[in-house]
Every structure is written in C-alpha cells, then in structure tokens.
Design a protein around this ligand. Structure first.
Ligand code: ZN
Length: 96
C-alpha cells in the first residue's frame, strides 16, 4: 500500500512538534478533535517528541500501531488499547 492510499480519508494533525495522520471523521470539528487529542497515547507522542529533540525544519511523524480489536481500526470509536508508538523523520533530517 502506498502512502497515498494509506492517506485516503485521513487528516494531518500536529501533536506538539509531531505530525500524526488521523481519520478525517475523528477530527472533523473542534469537539471531535478535542476528544481525539485526549486519547492517552497522545502524551506518549509528546514525551517521545521531547526525547527526539525535534529541530526546526525536521518533520517527525508518529506511527501508532493499535491492537487488532481497537475501535479506532474499525472506525467505531476512539482508542481503548495500549498502542505501540514510534516516531520517524519524514523530511528535513537524518535518522540517528
Ligand atoms: Zn488503540
């Protein structure tokens, strides 16, 4: 699957300095976005971002891998699992 296919129906949101792809319907208005950003793993993304020492011009993306049963994957709700979260540089920097 290409990045373009993976991005269908997705929107980019920023969690601190980190880009995250979110289901469009999960962030379609301010209330939905507030609920989305309140998911527990957002704090883990922020913590990882501090450890990664994001620099100007370097774009980091969070890859969030939910458990197979997580409502996020079925599009039926917000995350109730304990997903694996990893950051990667998508542009402007070299992986270290
Ligand atoms: Zn989940």
């Amino acid at each position: 699957m290409s990045n373009r296919e993976a991005s269908k129906g997705m929107r980019t949101v920023m969690v601190g300095d980190v880009m995250l792809l979110a289901p469009a319907e999960a962030v379609e208005d301010a209330a939905a976005l507030d609920r989305y950003m309140a998911q527990p793993y957002m704090e883990r993304i922020r913590a990882l971002s501090k450890g990664a020492r994001a620099k100007p011009g370097v774009l980091l993306q969070a890859d969030v891998r939910h458990d197979a049963w997580c409502p996020v994957l079925a599009g039926t709700g917000l995350c109730t699992c304990n997903p694996d979260v990893a950051l990667r540089v998508v542009s402007g920097g070299e992986r270290k």
